[in-house]
Design a protein around this ligand. Structure first.
Ligand SMILES: [Zn+2]
Ligand SMILES: [Zn+2]
Length: 480
């Protein structure tokens, strides 16, 4: 097949595919970045694309991204020193928390759910607000951020994911920013954002906006508001920025490390309330990676997702529309799959009766002959050895011994006592043979112990058709 990721020399079948792709593009000026990638893009790129050597103690000074080190290192340093010399006024404390949420929402509701994932439509005023708040979080322009994040979703847990969680908690939290990227993130299309006037405006004026929204605005509000210029700068500017940074970075680190996988366990993303608390609601990340275009991260009303509440509130006042949510049916399917997987694990930990194909088929005569030397009892076509149960039988030993060498089906199923499901399950564990000719017609349901009438079966255990699960889930597959 194709051995090159370049579109310049594809083999004929691929050229046809490319032509077909290009024909679907409405605007040739905004050709999606991934329009012409070959079908083997991921494996080819991982194998052939050059990457920088791993960072070691010897080379790390040369490998640092000094701009990022400066921003991420100086803000906590200056903030802490400043805090030491600056008393904290309550108004400034409150403003810092409010501004933390504003700039945090700029990232979560703006950069992430609106621009990276298009999970809703935002009116122009809301887009400007989110672009400004997002600039105040000092995490790069919308375009840069969304491009990396789309690669993160597309190539999760591979080296084409800029914050690949398999490279460790520290790497996914901050390491990927403070050293030079080891390789280019995988291709991801942001042509929609390149067309967006507000995204372009923010990208063009990014440095000015960072300075104004990151430092000037929080300072000026505290200064003009209650005369606390220095406090505004230190607390609402610098220290608030440190909190916003590490709060949003936790989406890449903590959310891929801590918690449960209720929707899918193929990749690292996880759901945890603690992560949600520190990330303004982005902690239901297992759900998010399964349903990335859903405007929600938390689907239950009681789960903490202020970003969802914010988007919903914006819709109520007409600033946002077309909030996308995945069909409930599909969401529940994912949950069910994971529940079945766990049930399957439990099922596999238990001991089950011998498989029919492992049991000896014996004639009625042979059964009676053997029952002279062993306590064998026939129930529903199966021969059971009850030697270790004679003294355990709740109804007494005599009820068992009198049925040795006989067919006790009727007595077992209500003739003498209508045994419990638990008794039937236990009886099945004592199977040592099958009576030749099986059991009389009409006893089929009695042949399957209750614990095996409903089982978690893999599709390849369901017989010829994957769709015959209904027939097989009640255990009939065992009879085949
Ligand atoms: Zn993620
Ligand atoms: Zn995302």
């Amino acid at each position: 097949m194709v051995e090159t990721p370049s579109a310049s020399s594809p083999t004929p079948p691929n050229r046809e595919a490319h032509t077909a792709t290009v024909n679907f593009i409405d605007d040739p000026d905004h050709l999606p970045a991934d329009a012409n990638i070959p079908d083997n893009y991921v494996s080819y790129t991982l194998k052939h694309q050059k990457s920088l050597p791993p960072v070691t103690w010897e080379n790390f000074l040369n490998e640092l991204n000094w701009l990022h080190v400066g921003i991420l290192g100086l803000s906590p340093l200056l903030g802490l020193v400043g805090a030491f010399f600056t008393p904290l006024k309550w108004q400034t404390a409150l403003w810092s928390v409010v501004y933390y949420y504003m700039t945090g929402l700029g990232i979560t509701a703006g950069y992430h759910r609106l621009w990276a994932h298009r999970s809703y439509n935002a009116s122009r005023p809301l887009q400007y607000i989110l672009a400004l708040w997002g600039a105040g979080a000092v995490e790069g322009s919308i375009r840069w951020w969304a491009r990396g994040h789309r690669a993160h979703h597309r190539y999760t847990d591979t080296d084409l994911d800029p914050y690949n969680a398999h490279k460790g908690l520290l790497w996914s939290h901050i390491g990927w920013m403070i050293v030079k990227p080891r390789r280019k993130p995988g291709v991801a299309d942001v042509s929609d954002l390149s067309k967006n006037e507000i995204v372009r405006w923010q990208h063009r004026h990014y440095l000015k906006l960072v300075f104004i929204m990151g430092v000037v605005f929080p300072t000026v509000v505290a200064g003009f508001g209650w005369g606390d210029w220095k406090g505004g700068y230190v607390y609402a500017g610098l220290l608030r920025l440190v909190f916003v940074h590490h709060s949003t970075f936790c989406v890449n680190s903590l959310a891929h490390w801590l918690g449960e996988t209720p929707f899918d366990d193929k990749h690292t993303p996880r759901d945890h309330m603690f992560t949600a608390l520190v990330t303004i609601g982005e902690g239901y990340h297992n759900f998010h990676h399964q349903f990335p275009m859903d405007y929600r991260n938390a689907i239950k009303w009681y789960q903490y997702d202020p970003t969802k509440w914010f988007i919903w509130a914006c819709q109520q006042i007409g600033l946002a529309s077309h909030l996308k949510s995945f069909p409930e049916n599909e969401v529940r399917k994912g949950q069910l799959t994971m529940q079945l997987k766990r049930l399957r694990e439990t099922q596999e930990l238990l001991s089950w009766p011998s498989d029919n194909s492992h049991l000896h088929v014996i004639s009625w005569e042979s059964y009676q002959e053997q029952a002279k030397t062993r306590p064998l009892i026939c129930v529903a076509g199966f021969i059971h050895d009850v030697a270790d149960f004679l003294d355990e039988h709740p109804g007494g030993r005599h009820l068992l011994t009198k049925n040795i060498g006989r067919d006790a089906t009727t007595a077992f199923f209500g003739g003498v006592y209508d045994h419990s499901n638990a008794a039937h399950n236990l009886l099945a564990m004592k199977r040592v043979g099958i009576l030749h000719g099986g059991s009389p017609h009409g006893l089929e349901d009695k042949m399957i112990p209750p614990s095996q009438r409903l089982r978690v079966a893999r599709y390849n255990e369901m017989g010829t058709s994957g769709y015959s699960s209904a027939a097989l889930s009640d255990g009939e597959g065992l009879l085949g």
